[in-house]
Design a protein around this ligand. Structure first.
Ligand SMILES: Nc1ncnc2c1ncn2[C@@H]1O[C@H](COP(=O)(O)OP(=O)(O)OP(=O)(O)O)[C@@H](O)[C@H]1O
Ligand SMILES: C[C@@](O)(CCOP(=O)(O)OP(=O)(O)O)CC(=O)O
Length: 409
């Protein structure tokens, strides 16, 4: 029997606290500013990808969630695959003439997201990171995650940050070829493991204006973006990195919310204007603002930080010690359908009905938002900071013996 060259990896989602919005080079995906994110725990949200190289395959093929996804020549997927084959040849095959020439074989790739694709839950980030991680493993590339991040970046900018766990910066870089536009780890998951996240799924529909087209419209038309790039982001990158290293949640929260607000302000400053948040998003902001007001009045500083990407879903970052109170508060305004809250981290007693846990802290002004109907927030995902891509065993492989997906859509 001939050798099967196959590898499986999973990769996490990341949610930025300093937002990437704008490219200076659209082909290489070079950003107009640096950004910084928290990698979320792939025990809860992940993309898993299996890659196989075989001389009998006739074309590079990708199945996403069991359905074939076209690999357009010159497109983002093709670029990532080509770059990884090039790296295999340069760093392995040219060094060791006995190494199998995997770079000359076509690949079959099967990937699965355990959450909705293209719904503003950063599936492109975990998806391209898992693709790059699985091919890097298949090709036994002797390179760092930062080097791999340069390739993932060319799949989707935000994907470069999912090559590391913990707290991750994407340095914008200065070289026109993009060789220094890469991800670095500011701090590992273990540095501040009690950073938790509550994802409030306001909508899991495919969004109206994609990040890719939206950000280019902003680059082309928004005067406010120029101010953001020059005068705001550089200082925020320094300040939030320091806050992370010092585990200073108060500063972390203040900068996170200010940066989300400014990202949505530059979207609004675009011609024609782009709106990603809706009334439910804004009501969640009102609840978090009041929660922090109360906490500040009690001398406890900020206890929750909201952030929104290119869609209406909220991510609320908080320290573990406050997350139960925050979930109880959120369900007071946004009651959940049965089963819509997954108690991934065991906040409530087993079998507890989450709506029955609803309560607001003493002194909280409930007039800041209206209580919504069940399902206005479709789901709540409680997760936390997590690790970087994982190599998985054969039992987790998504390709069957023939090199086609085990599960079809
Ligand atoms: N597991 C995967 N493997 C390869 N590509 C993927 C994977 N998951 C998603 N993608 C790619 O990412 C695209 C979705 O990206 P898009 O930016 O529209 O949505 P999103 O990532 O959910 O939102 P955002 O990046 O704005 O937070 C998919 O159409 C597909 O091309
Ligand atoms: C709002 C954001 O989530 C934008 C993400 O944009 P993408 O990485 O999806 O864009 P492309 O590079 O064109 O694929 C902010 C962020 O993640 O930093």
């Amino acid at each position: 029997m001939s050798t099967v060259y196959q590898a499986t990896a999973s990769a996490p989602v990341n949610i930025a606290v300093i937002k990437y919005w704008g490219k200076r080079d659209t082909k290489l995906i070079l950003p107009t500013n640096s950004s910084l994110s928290v990698t979320l725990d792939q025990d809860h949200l992940r993309s898993t990808t299996t890659s196989r190289a075989d001389p009998s395959f006739v074309k590079d093929t990708l199945w996403l969630n069991g359905k074939e996804d076209e690999i357009k020549p010159g497109g983002r997927l093709a670029t990532c695959i080509t770059e990884l084959k090039r790296l295999r040849q340069a760093t392995v095959e040219n060094e060791d003439p006995t190494a199998p020439k995997l770079s000359t074989y076509k690949v079959h790739i099967a990937s699965y997201n355990n959450f909705p694709t293209a719904a503003g839950l950063a599936s492109s980030a975990s998806g391209f990171a898992a693709l790059v991680a699985s091919l890097a493993q298949l090709y036994a590339l002797p390179v760092s995650p930062s080097t791999l991040s340069i390739i993932a970046r060319q799949g989707s900018g935000s994907a470069c940050r999912s090559l590391y766990g913990g707290f991750v910066a994407w340095q914008e870089g200065v070289h026109p070829d993009g060789s220094d536009s890469l991800a670095i780890q500011v701090a590992p998951q273990s540095h501040w493991p009690n950073i938790h996240a509550l994802i409030c799924v306001v909508s899991d529909d495919k969004k109206g204006t994609s990040s890719t087209s939206g950000m280019q419209l902003t680059v082309d038309t928004s005067p406010l973006l120029q101010h953001r790039i020059k005068a705001v982001v550089p200082q925020r990158m320094k300040d939030i990195s320091k806050a992370i290293l010092e585990k200073d949640f108060d500063t972390f929260a203040r900068i996170t919310m200010a940066d989300s607000n400014q990202f949505h302000a530059v979207a609004l400053d675009t011609e024609p204007p782009i709106f990603y948040m809706n009334d439910v998003s804004r009501a969640i902001i009102a609840v978090v603002v009041e929660y922090n007001r109360l906490s500040l009045a009690n001398g406890q500083g900020y206890k929750a930080a909201y952030t929104y990407d290119a869609g209406p879903n909220a991510v609320i970052y908080a320290e573990e010690k406050n997350i139960k109170e925050i979930i109880q508060l959120v369900v007071s305004f946004f009651p959940q359908r049965e089963g819509a809250f997954k108690d991934n981290l065991g906040v409530f007693p087993p079998g507890a009905e989450v709506n029955a846990q609803a309560t607001v802290p003493a002194g909280f002004n409930v007039g800041v938002a209206l209580k919504r109907e069940v399902g206005a927030v479709k789901g709540l995902i409680h997760t936390r900071v997590g690790d970087g891509p994982r190599a998985l065993g054969e039992e987790e492989a998504l390709l069957g013996p023939e090199g086609t997906p085990k599960i079809l859509a």
